[in-house]
Design a protein around this ligand. Structure first.
Ligand code: GDP
Ligand code: MG
Length: 370
């Protein structure tokens, strides 16, 4: 149960602390304004003073934007967010690197990259595609478990010289559970022992029926090593994205998802976020998980300072009060006071939850045994 100081309670009731002390004295309690009283006593006092007890609910303090739907006319097309999954050593990292290499912007900039958990490419045709560059399945499932569904499309990598392996099956299951469309990239097709036909057949056993087997799952033969099929893979991603009609309202306070976060010795807490809707701007005040902050600076995946980030754009944000968790939602709020209020409320709730889950003391364990 919650405890509160006499003064705090007086403040909340807009009464004088001394009057509460007096009332408590009449109830047989000797306390000063700075001492805490338990919840039952507090409730008695509140009634004594003729106030109504109002239990604070989540909706009073916390923010819930899930019912806040953007009007159709405010929606604009946004780039797809793609996660690459597959068995270890089938070439996920190599493919992510190779796809990053197709970025025309990076080509212009000279190609310095900083690892950021997500990156965006601009294709030759001028379209944008965002790739999540987080260690595969775990990030995907953990974010989903935390209610964050940032992936629009999954690219399943299967090595043409290997086969359907345990993590391939796991990836298929996760993708199906998330109801996210899949594109199969049959990788290592440069190898002599590559046998893409066999991969397509084996996929049938897991109810993944690719186009060439008269199904509706797009598939493409690629080589992360030679670059074969990469353009075709990007085309198929864009085709799938078009079909999904991905849209978001860029003209509203930003909502974003934390993809990755860490504490940097020099810069403090850093978070790579992906904007879901709205536009995040430098100077914006926000709450993210149990932390609050203000955007001091933002960098894109090429290390370039940016002033704002729109839907599906990954950026690294500086200016957080602490390190959030992957999957946490970042929400822009009106002012710092509001951000702190929400963050503190969430921190309290998190502490309560931890306390409630704390293991039973030895005493209670023994009495339970007796
Ligand atoms: P991950 O574990 O799925 O991230 O796989 P990696 O990207 O680390 O690749 C595993 C190994 O396969 C590395 O030695 C890569 O050089 C190699 N590899 C990845 N893609 C290709 C490819 O298209 N062709 C060939 N020949 N080797 C590849
Ligand atoms: Mg890897």
């Amino acid at each position: 149960p919650e405890a509160i100081t006499v003064q705090e309670l007086a403040n909340r009731m807009a009464e004088k602390g001394a009057d509460l002390v007096k009332a408590l004295f009449n109830m047989g309690m000797m306390v000063t304004v700075n001492q805490t009283i338990d919840q039952d006593t507090a409730e008695l006092l509140v009634e004594e003073f003729g106030h109504r007890i109002q239990r604070v609910s989540d909706s009073d303090i916390d923010i819930d934007t899930s019912t806040d739907v953007d009007p159709e006319e405010a929606l604009q097309a946004r780039p797809p967010v793609v996660t690459i999954m597959g068995h270890v050593d089938h070439g996920k990292t190599s493919l992510l690197d190779a796809l990053r290499g197709t970025d025309v912007v990076r080509g212009e900039a000279g190609g310095i990259t900083q690892h950021m958990g997500a990156y965006q490419i601009r294709t030759k045709g001028g379209d944008h595609v965002t790739f999540l560059d987080t260690p595969g399945h775990e990030a995907f499932t953990e974010m989903r478990a935390r209610g964050a569904n940032v992936t629009d499309i999954v690219v399943l990598v299967v090595a043409a010289d290997d086969g359907i392996m345990p993590q391939t099956i796991e990836a298929i299951n996760h993708t199906k559970a998330a109801d996210v469309p899949m594109i199969v990239a049959i990788n290592k097709c440069d190898k002599e022992e590559a046998n893409p036909k066999r991969i397509r057949e084996r996929l049938l056993e897991h109810e993944v029926i690719v186009e060439e087997m008269s199904g509706d799952v797009q598939d493409v033969e690629v080589s992360a090593k030679t670059g074969k099929g990469l353009d075709e893979l990007i085309e198929k991603i864009l085709l799938q994205a078009e079909f999904l009609e991905l849209k978001a309202n860029p003209d509203r306070p930003a909502e974003a998802t934390v993809v990755e976060a860490k504490l940097d010795k020099g810069k403090g807490p850093l978070a790579t976020i992906l904007v879901n809707r709205g536009t995040l701007k430098r100077g914006d005040v926000f709450v993210v998980g149990t932390e609050s902050g203000r955007v001091r600076a933002m960098h894109d995946d090429k290390g370039k300072q940016v002033k704002e980030a729109g839907p599906s754009m990954p950026v690294e944000v500086l200016g957080l009060g602490g390190v959030p968790m992957a999957g946490d939602q970042l929400l822009v709020v009106e002012n710092e006071q509001r951000a702190r209020e929400v963050a503190e409320y969430r921190q309290e709730k998190a502490t309560e939850k931890r306390t409630a889950m704390a293991p039973a003391s030895l005493d209670t364990m023994f009495s339970a045994l007796a």
